[in-house]
Structure formats: structure tokens, C-alpha cells
Write a new protein. Structure first.
Lengths: 265, 452
């Protein structure tokens, strides 16, 4: 009988001591969990594409909850997701600028051509690795569709030898831009339509030899622009999308029509 | 049984086209273009400018750093420009363009014909002569020879191997060089063997070149440290690793160098260039080149100056057969060579052949391509003992780690045996080339990022 009492008392005392220790340690090393982080994470699309600049949706959610990232940080989710995230965070969402991929090449079969009789793996990266200069233009689209194969939304196609983006479908994740061996694709705001469809950094006469639609670096667009939004660097024009007001004067004046006009047609 | 290596294939060698054509010296008339990067390593630095007069044998590009090589002018004339030009590999490279006056006036008064006294030459004299001459590995890779000849531990070198295997189908240039310059090659070998106290020289020749074997044996008769070793005819017998396996009986990973297992392999063309550089002071500005294939009128073995336009060489060989544009023009042979997108490019030190194909085997293969049959033939022929079908599968599935760590994909020497033997006509070698390029690019980026 005595044995039972001693055992019971001993175990009870040990239990109380351990319990007190756990409570103490638990309080001391408590990790603050932000409930909003989990809530934000639940609203994000979960593609883990990395287009926001963070290492996946978990990282973005943590950054949003910590106030380091804007509530409209997810370009894939766009407006609807931003609103929900803003509600969780208790702020109002600013307008989300929809971004989409843009191919800086206009080199279709009509204006330039491929040569070199390439036979092999149908992939731009493999073809470029093979060392052949496939297109007449060294900077232009290879047209074998490395971007097409990585697009999760089927938003990019190769039409007439050059990649074309369907802006409605594009989620702006930027995987195509990473896949392109010629670095032709940039992610730009859809609303800013005026952009240069060329990446050729050669001098004008050399460009003329290989492509009828290439930027010749003539500077006419720079002179037209009243807002200083266009610069020509290495014989190639580039539009500063923040400064551009979509007036379209540059596009109208461009002798090779390589600048997209602000409206269709 | 002749010595050889594990694996390999037996493609039709097609050497009959040019095997009876004697070496002919070709002097081009057109402008000459010298890319400053004709070797592995840092491009040379141009030391001439527009308007300068240059002579044959003059250094126009100076080696920039240790792993780099001089670029030598092969004609006389005026420098027209130093600009970006399309090279034989299709890339745009910085080149020195020289307007050729057709005289080929030499920098050396004796036109590199006067023999120097080499009896007192030390190891360093030979090395500096090789370096000054801008000699690079003429087998195709173009690794600067002076770097290869300066291993960390010279006493450990057991074999100097002269590579006269010429296993690449179609090419016969080295065959003829060995037939006609056997004595010079043996002398070059003696110079090299003399640099290493414990080394013996082995001249390896595939047994499909009986004339070359007998010529070399005759030249090497009585030279106790030089041996001529006929090898089994099999592709890629002339690969550095295959040769070492045949001669020294050792297999070693790609991460270590031949010098680590006591071997130095030099192409016979390189050995000949070394002999010319040391004994006559002649820099490397001409080399042996085979222009061959079913699509050319008159297949030939030529000695061409570097910088000659490929178009001019083809014209000299009678032009395209029947005046018809061929299906494919290759720089090199059909196994290791690469297709060219234009013939208006200059040949460089390492261009040992121009093969003009009337039919394009790659195009035919593409039409017949099917899914992998899992027959395993690629595994049996791989000279590196790899499993090509699994490597391709891993890479195509995006499993880079498995490709590199489990299947040892980077050990691939890209000889093309697997793609050659594949009954399903899968473009295996191209997959491995791409994989290597992308993995190495990633590693370089990581290394550069680590330094910052």
C-alpha cells in the first residue's frame, strides 16, 4: 500500500515540475504567428511561379503580412486577389497594373528569313547551342518555341516564325522570358501598348540587310517624343513605360514601323 | 588482337575519296580573316591596327594570359580592319582582316627553311618556342599546347602519345602527313619525350592506314624511346581517353586530366607543328586540311594557310559536284564536325577538314525518328561506359540532378557513337551537348556569384 502512495506522489510531483518547465519554456520561446499570413496565403493562386519576385506564394504571403510587400504584389492573381488580400490586411488595394509578356521581335517570315537548314531538336535553346546562326538576324526570334513549351497558360504561340503573346491569357509569370535564349521577352504593363518590337543592336545598314522590320536606330522617335520617354542605346530604341503617355507620335513617324501604335490598326 | 578501348562504333570511313590525294600546298588570293579566338581559353589581344603592313609569320594577336595562344598572320599585306566577323562556328568573333597581296612574303629571310641547332635546347627553350609559335591542339579542341606540355609533375609522365588514329570518317589529312613527314614527326616526338625523364613516346595509328604505319615504323626504326602502335580501327579511337585506355590501360573520370594518369596526348599535326617551331622557328600558320565528301568535285588533302576562306578552298577543289548546292557543309568530319551556315568564313588552326555532303544524314534520320526502343545499343557502344538513353530521359524530364550526379552525364565526350548506333534515330548527342552547355553555364554563374 505504501509503495503505491509513494509512486503516485512521486509521479505527480515530477509531472507538475515538467509541466511548469514546459509552460516556462513555451512562454519564453513563443513564436508570434500572424494569422493574416495564413489567410493571405490561402487567397494567393498557389502557382509558385515567382513572378512577384519572392520565392513562391508562401514567401510573398509572409512578406505581405509583414508589410514588406504591397497587397497587390501578385501579378498573376491581379485585381480580384489584391482586393481580398487588402481586406485581410485592412487596407484598400491600389489598382493592379496587369502585366504581360511582350516579344521584342517582329521578324516574321515576311520581313526576314531563316537559313542554315537546321535539323535537330525542336527547341530554341538546343538550336542556339548547336552554334548555327539560324535566323538571318542574330538577335531575332529563333521560332522553335522554347517559350511555348514553358508557358503554363498556353498564352504564347509561334506564328509565322515569331513568338506572339495572347495578352488576355498571359499571367505575366515571366517563365518565357527566362526560357528565351535570345532574351527577347520582357514583362511590361498591358496598358502601355507603345513598345519597340526589335532587339537588334547592330547599326542601321546591317539591320537592313537581315530584316526589313528591324530598328535601325535612326533617332526619329526620340525627336518626336515630347516626354523624353524614348532612348536609343546601342542602335536600339527603347520606351520608358513610366514616362510614355501613349500619344503614338513615335509610332506614326517610325520609318520601319517597328514601334507598336497605341491603338490597334 | 590489336589494342583498343571499350565500346565504340564502326561507321563507314569513306576515306577512299581522298586517301590517294597527296598533300598540296594551297595559296589563296582573297582576303584573309584571323579570328583572335582560335583556341580554348582567353582570346588573344590584337597587336596590329588598320593600315599596318604585315608579313607571313608575324604575330598579329598576342596571347592574353596563361591559357591563351598567339595568332599568327599567314600572308603578307595590309590590315584592312579589326572587327567582328562571322567565324566557322557561326559566332561573331573579333577578327583581324588582312588584304592579301598574294606574295606571301615571309617574316623570316629563309622562309623558315633553315635548320637551327637544337642539340643544346633545354625544356624551357622548347616550351617558349612552342608558345611563341602559337601552337594549339590540332586534333580539334584547340587547347594551347604550351599549357599541356607543362604539367605539375613532369616526372610522373609515362607516355607521350602521338595521336595519328584519325578515326573520324572522311578525313585523311593526318594519314598523308604521316606518310610524307614521318621523319619530322618522329623528331618532334623525340623533342617531346626528351622533356620528360620517365616518358616513352607512342605513335598510335589505326590499322586502316597501312602506308602511314609503315612510313612511321621506318622513321622510328632504331629510336629506342619511340614506338609505333597500330590500333584496332574503331570510332572514337582517336579520342584522348580512348587512346589512353588503349595505350596505358587506364580509365579515368572527366574531372581529372590525362597528365594525372601520366599521359600527354598530342595530335600528329601538333607534333609536326612543334618540330617546325623548334627546329625551324616556324610559327603555326598553315595546317593540313582535307576537303572531301560526295558533294565536292575533287576531294583533296591540302596544306592551307589559316584565315583562308572556306569558299575559296572549295573552289580550289573544283567546287560543288555538278555545280549543285550540297545538302550540308561540315567543318570537320561527320561525327565530330558541325554544320556551317555559310561558306564565307575563314578556316582556323583547328579546322582539319571540310566535308561536303550530297545527302544530309541528319535530315534523313529526323524523318525516321521514333520513340526509344530500349534496345540498349547506345550503352554498349559508349566509350565512356555511360547509359545514354537514361541520360536523355533524365534531361528531357528536367531532372538535372539525376543527369549529373546519378548518371554522370558530364562524363560524356560527345563523340556521337550513341546517336550513330540508335535504331530509333534519337538525337542523343545533341541533348548531351545542350545539357553540358546549360549545366556548365549554371556552374559558371554560381562561381561568379560566389566570388562577389
Amino acid at each position: 500500500m505504501q509503495t503505491i502512495i509513494i509512486t503516485t506522489v512521486a509521479i505527480t510531483v515530477i509531472g507538475l515540475l515538467v509541466g511548469a518547465g514546459l509552460v516556462f519554456v513555451g512562454n519564453k520561446y513563443k513564436v508570434e504567428v500572424d494569422e493574416r499570413e495564413a489567410a493571405v496565403r490561402a487567397e494567393l493562386p498557389g502557382n509558385n511561379c515567382g513572378a512577384c519576385g519572392y520565392a513562391g506564394c508562401d514567401a510573398l504571403a509572409a512578406a505581405v503580412a509583414a508589410g514588406e510587400a504591397p497587397v497587390n504584389g501578385c501579378p498573376v492573381g491581379g485585381g480580384p486577389v489584391a482586393e481580398k488580400v487588402a481586406a485581410i490586411m485592412g487596407v484598400t488595394a491600389g489598382a493592379v497594373e496587369k502585366k504581360a509578356a511582350f516579344v521584342k521581335c517582329k521578324g516574321s517570315c515576311e520581313v526576314t528569313k531563316n537559313h542554315g537548314n537546321y535539323v535537330g531538336i525542336k527547341d530554341c535553346r538546343a538550336a542556339v547551342n548547336a552554334g548555327l546562326s539560324l535566323a538571318e538576324c542574330d538577335f531575332g526570334c529563333v521560332g522553335l518555341g522554347s517559350c511555348v513549351s514553358v508557358c503554363p497558360e498556353g498564352a504564347i504561340r509561334v506564328v509565322d516564325g515569331v513568338a506572339v503573346v495572347n495578352e488576355g491569357k498571359c499571367i505575366g509569370c515571366g517563365l518565357c522570358a527566362k526560357a528565351c535564349p535570345k532574351h527577347l521577352i520582357e514583362i511590361k504593363p498591358v496598358a502601355k501598348r507603345v513598345a519597340v518590337q526589335c532587339s537588334n543592336r547592330d547599326k542601321g545598314p546591317t539591320v537592313k540587310q537581315v530584316c526589313q522590320a528591324g530598328c535601325i536606330g535612326c533617332m526619329l522617335c526620340v525627336r518626336q517624343c515630347e516626354f523624353g520617354a524614348i532612348t536609343v542605346e546601342n542602335n536600339l530604341a527603347h520606351v520608358d513605360y513610366d514616362k510614355c503617355t501613349q500619344c503614338g507620335k513615335c509610332a506614326a513617324k517610325c520609318p520601319v514601323k517597328v514601334i507598336l501604335p497605341p491603338t490597334e490598326g | 588482337m590489336k589494342k583498343t578501348f571499350f565500346g565504340g562504333v564502326h561507321p563507314d570511313d569513306a576515306k577512299a575519296l581522298s586517301r590517294d590525294a597527296k598533300l598540296t600546298r594551297f595559296l589563296p588570293k582573297g582576303e584573309m580573316v584571323y579570328p583572335l579566338s582560335q583556341h580554348i581559353g582567353k582570346p588573344a589581344r590584337a597587336v596590329v591596327k588598320k593600315g599596318d603592313s604585315v608579313l607571313a609569320g608575324q604575330v598579329i594577336g598576342e596571347a592574353d594570359g596563361f591559357v591563351s595562344a598567339n595568332v599568327i598572320c599567314s600572308c603578307s599585306g595590309k590590315v584592312k580592319a579589326v572587327e567582328k566577323r562571322r567565324s566557322i562556328s557561326g559566332a561573331l568573333l573579333e577578327c583581324v582582316v588582312v588584304e592579301n597581296d598574294g606574295q606571301f612574303t615571309s617574316l623570316d629571310a629563309d622562309r623558315y627553311c633553315k635548320r637551327r641547332d637544337t642539340s643544346k635546347f633545354t625544356k624551357d627553350d622548347i616550351l617558349s618556342a612552342v608558345k611563341a609559335a602559337g601552337i594549339v591542339g590540332l586534333g580539334g579542341a584547340g587547347f594551347p599546347t604550351h599549357v599541356k606540355l607543362g604539367p605539375k609533375n613532369p616526372d610522373a609522365i609515362r607516355y607521350i602519345i602521338a595521336n595519328g588514329a584519325e578515326c573520324e570518317p572522311y578525313l585523311t589529312g593526318n594519314d598523308h602527313l604521316m606518310r610524307e613527314e614521318a621523319n619530322a614527326i618522329v623528331e618532334g616526338m623525340q623533342l617531346l619525350v626528351g622533356m620528360f625523364p620517365n616518358a616513352t613516346g607512342v605513335i598510335c595509328i589505326e590499322e586502316n592506314k597501312p602506308e602511314a604505319i609503315s612510313a612511321m615504323q621506318k622513321a622510328a626504326a632504331g629510336k629506342k624511346d619511340i614506338e609505333v602502335l597500330p590500333l584496332h580501327t574503331k570510332y572514337p579511337q582517336g579520342g584522348e581517353r580512348s587512346l589512353i585506355q588503349a595505350v596505358a590501360g587506364v580509365d579515368f573520370p572527366v574531372t581529372s586530366l590525362p597528365a594525372d594518369v601520366g599521359c600527354i596526348v598530342q595530335n600528329v599535326g601538333t607534333v609536326y607543328a612543334i618540330q617546325r617551331a623548334v627546329c625551324f622557328g616556324e610559327p603555326l600558320f598553315t595546317h593540313v586540311l582535307t576537303v572531301t565528301g560526295e558533294g565536292v568535285e575533287c576531294p583533296m588533302n591540302l596544306i592551307v594557310p589559316d584565315g583562308t576562306s572556306v569558299a575559296e578552298i572549295i573552289e580550289f577543289a573544283g567546287g560543288f559536284k555538278g555545280g549543285k548546292e550540297p545538302k550540308k557543309v561540315l567543318a570537320g568530319g561527320p561525327m565530330m564536325g558541325f554544320a556551317m551556315s555559310s561558306v564565307d568564313v575563314p578556316v582556323v588552326k583547328t579546322t582539319n577538314g571540310i566535308t561536303i555532303l550530297a545527302n544530309d544524314p541528319a535530315e534523313i534520320a529526323e524523318r525516321q525518328m521514333t520513340a526509344c526502343l530500349r534496345c540498349g545499343r547506345c550503352t554498349t557502344v559508349c566509350p565512356q561506359g555511360l547509359m545514354p538513353q537514361m541520360m536523355a530521359e533524365a534531361w528531357e524530364a528536367g531532372n538535372e540532378e539525376r543527369y549529373e550526379k546519378k548518371l554522370y552525364g558530364l562524363e560524356c565526350i560527345q563523340c556521337g557513337s550513341c546517336a550513330y548506333i540508335c535504331p530509333a534515330k534519337r538525337p542523343l548527342t545533341q541533348v548531351f551537348k545542350q545539357a553540358k552547355a546549360e549545366i556548365m553555364a549554371k556552374k559558371r554563374a554560381q562561381a561568379a556569384g560566389g566570388k562577389k
